[in-house]
Design a protein around this ligand. Structure first.
Ligand code: CUA
Length: 316
């Protein structure tokens, strides 16, 4: 069976794709075969036994035991085979190999985030080739569904619980990820890529480099790293950069200004205030907002907080 994209199905990118396609085609072809057979026989009998002048009705035939047993047993064996193949494939897709490489997946409106064992967070799913990869998936808000057509897998990401999904990519390249569960305004924009690296060392090299992307930035570009963190780490969901009020106050134009606080008083937005608001968000609540922000202590490194501060300074 070819691995390239066909007219009916996308290319086969994982070890399970060929098995899924085989069964899918088998069920489709069996359905077409019986549909044609039954329809042809039906029309033939309608024509053969039609009412016509000079034709007298014959007493209808009694049953034919051999024929009835045949058309009961053969389909029964076929559906048992379909069940068996489907069930075996289902169990296979449900059971990640024990040595699989693990990536954490977080669905959120409207973005996928992939977290690697060394703490790297990326918008795309990078994996080594020819190795089983286990995804441990959850959602930050509503139900999403991680769908990778070329790998023939799809599974819901649910808030408050973990779902598992696994695959083994067979060829390097880029593959599409969709969200397959309607989750609101930008559901159709909730797309990402699977990037299957050419080898395990190449994947490791990418991972190491992604782990210290801030170190690679010159000081005057540090704010770009902060912008990336703002987009990736969940700041964006509550804090706008265009002045619009969200779950939290906008970041636009607050640097160097006083923020009125709940319970009176105000705070100057400078480095220590921003740092405190990230690691201990309940310490000072801006007037008019709820104390709902979770702490980022341990989730953002000092260098990352510095980059976010640098980004805030650019939002005048
Ligand atoms: Cu997320 Cu649709």
């Amino acid at each position: 069976m070819d691995a390239g994209p066909g007219f009916w199905l996308p290319r086969q990118g994982s070890t399970s794709a060929a098995k899924v396609d085989f069964l899918f085609r088998a069920v489709t072809n069996i359905s077409i075969f019986f549909f044609v057979l039954i329809t042809v026989v039906l029309f033939y009998f309608v024509w053969k036994y039609r009412a016509r002048p000079g034709h007298t009705a014959q007493p209808s035939a009694d049953h034919n035991q051999k024929l009835e047993i045949t058309w009961t047993v053969i389909p029964l064996l076929i559906v048992i085979w379909i069940f068996w193949e489907g069930f075996a494939g289902f169990l296979d897709l449900q059971t990640p190999p024990i040595n699989a490489y693990e990536v954490q997946v977080l669905g959120q409106k409207w973005k996928w985030l992939f977290t690697y064992p060394n703490g790297v967070v990326d918008d795309n799913l990078h994996v080594p080739p020819d190795e089983p990869v286990r995804l441990v998936m959850t959602s930050q808000d509503v139900i999403h569904s991680l769908y990778m057509p070329e790998f023939r897998i799809k599974r819901d990401a649910l808030p408050g619980r973990y779902e598992r999904e696994w695959f083994q990519a067979t060829a390097p390249g880029e593959y599409q990820i969709f969200c397959a569960e309607y989750c609101g305004t930008s559901h159709s924009g909730m797309i990402a890529k699977v990037i299957v690296h050419r080898s395990r060392p190449e994947f490791e090299a990418w991972l190491a480099e992604a782990g210290n992307f801030l170190d690679k930035l010159p000081p005057e570009k540090l704010w770009e790293g902060g912008q990336k963190l703002y987009n990736q780490r969940g700041c964006k969901q509550c804090h706008s950069v265009d002045g619009a009020s969200g779950i939290g106050p906008s970041f636009k134009g607050i640097w160097g200004h006083q923020q009125p606080l709940t319970g009176g008083g105000s705070a100057l937005v400078e480095e220590n205030y921003v740092r405190e608001s990230i690691v201990n968000p309940q310490a000072k609540i801006v007037a008019g907002y709820e104390p709902v922000m979770p702490t980022y202590q341990g989730r953002l490194k000092d260098k990352e907080i510095t980059a976010i501060i640098a980004y805030l300074k650019t939002l005048e």
